[in-house]
Ligand binder design. Structure first.
Ligand code: FAD
Length: 358
């Protein structure tokens, strides 16, 4: 097995020989059934926090292993109505998100105040809730996005949630580092009394590999198949999808493994069946369809700044009932459009956008 991994790593195989000399392996606090008792109980965490951690580590299919699997779903104002669930409208109903986590055996479910609040009385005692405090709000016009705090720790506490979370996407744009944000959060009048005399113990993070189609990894080799985030299967375009791609690629790898098991052949040739399956799968087709989205949007700032304002003004004038015939308005608006924007530039942006959406 190790030889296979070496082969896959190629020039970077020397990473496997790296020996950490700073911290001895015996000093690491590794996950295990007694993780809460061993790692958190000796700390100064209040007993309510310990109870919540215990509940979370003791829930779901990974219960009492020391590992956590939390279902995170951004829904509602942040993603706007149709973005995530238009193919599966039943998930517009918050109860189905929570049911999925509960019946799927997750340790906890992480979502918005609105989603969790809508079903709190039915579910907050059955599966641990983690309330996401901030979101990209998309209600303002023209549509801009910025992290906005929608929920408070107090609301999360009163709902019966075991914890809170926050996204940090806009930090780069605002040139803030995590410590600044954490300090601002801790100094908020609602939070300050709750954390007075507290001490920072740990950070945790999860990166989203959103390189898309052009950055997908090699899928298979001798004794190895790569699925989900590890292979780069994240559709971070308009759809913000990753879990479904991870599940589908995982399923295809499972099917391939069954075939390989029957043949007792785990060579690259045998596992190349996985590449064939992936090639015809919806994750690959979706990523291919949107392969230019990132670059196109990055080079089309007008789509986010100039055009929404321009079209909003035009439509607002057109729909205002002021006694002027529509035909007069339409003529004037076409003239206005052509003077405020070079028609070739407009056409080019429209062509670019076509490549993003279809
Ligand atoms: C904040 C956030 C919001 C998201 N929102 C959405 C959403 O609304 N909709 C959506 O579809 N997707 C969303 N995603 C993306 C989605 O969570 C991922 O695409 C998906 O979980 C990938 O699944 P995976 O199994 O490939 O990887 P993961 O879920 O990352 O699983 C990999 C597992 O491997 C473990 N691991 C790593 N290294 C080792 C090691 N050396 N030994 C043993 N175990 C190891 C990790 O602990 C982890 O449990 C979101 C992601 C984030 C971070």
């Amino acid at each position: 097995m190790i030889d296979t991994i070496r082969k896959q790593l190629g020039e970077r195989a020397s990473l496997l020989d790296y020996k950490a000399t700073g911290v001895a392996a015996s000093m690491l606090h590794l996950p295990g059934p007694d993780f809460v008792d061993r790692v958190f109980v000796p700390s100064d965490r209040p007993s309510a926090v310990l109870r919540n951690l215990s509940w979370m580590f003791g829930t779901g299919r990974l219960a009492n292993t020391g590992y956590l699997s939390i279902l995170p779903v951004d829904q509602g104002i942040e993603h706007s109505g149709a973005a995530s669930f238009s193919p599966n409208p039943e998930y517009f109903d918050p109860v189905n998100i929570v049911k999925l986590a509960h019946e799927g055996g997750c340790n906890a479910v992480a979502s918005t105040l609105g989603v969790l609040g809508a079903v709190a009385r039915e579910y907050a005692h059955r599966i641990p809730f983690i309330v996401k405090l901030n979101h990209n709000e998309l209600l303002t016009y023209p549509a801009t996005y910025d992290e906005t705090v929608f929920a408070s720790v107090k609301q999360a506490f009163e709902m019966g949630a075991v914890g809170v979370g926050a996204t940090i996407k806009s930090m780069l744009e605002h040139k803030l580092n995590p410590n600044d944000v954490l300090e601002a959060f801790k100094n908020h009048p609602t939070v300050a009394p709750l954390v007075r005399d507290g001490e920072q113990k740990e950070y945790s993070a999860h990166l989203i590999p959103d390189g898309g189609y052009k950055k997908l990894s090699k899928m298979s080799g001798d004794h190895v198949m790569v699925v989900g985030d590890a292979a780069g299967f994240v559709n971070a375009t308009l759809f913000h999808e990753g879990t479904n791609l991870a599940m589908e690629t995982g399923k295809l790898a499972g099917e391939t493994a069954v075939e390989a098991f029957k043949k007792k052949d785990y060579s690259a040739v045998s596992l190349s069946l996985f590449d064939t399956k992936i090639k015809n799968s919806f994750p690959m087709k979706d990523l291919k369809q949107f392969k230019n989205t990132g670059e196109t949007l990055e080079h089309s700032p007008k789509m986010f700044e100039k055009y929404p304002v321009l079209f909003g003004d035009l439509v607002s004038e057109l729909f205002t009932v002021d006694g002027e015939p529509k035909w007069n308005k339409e003529k004037r608006l076409i003239g206005k459009l052509l003077t405020s924007e070079n028609p070739f530039s407009l056409l080019k942006t429209m062509m670019d956008m076509r490549r993003v959406i279809i």
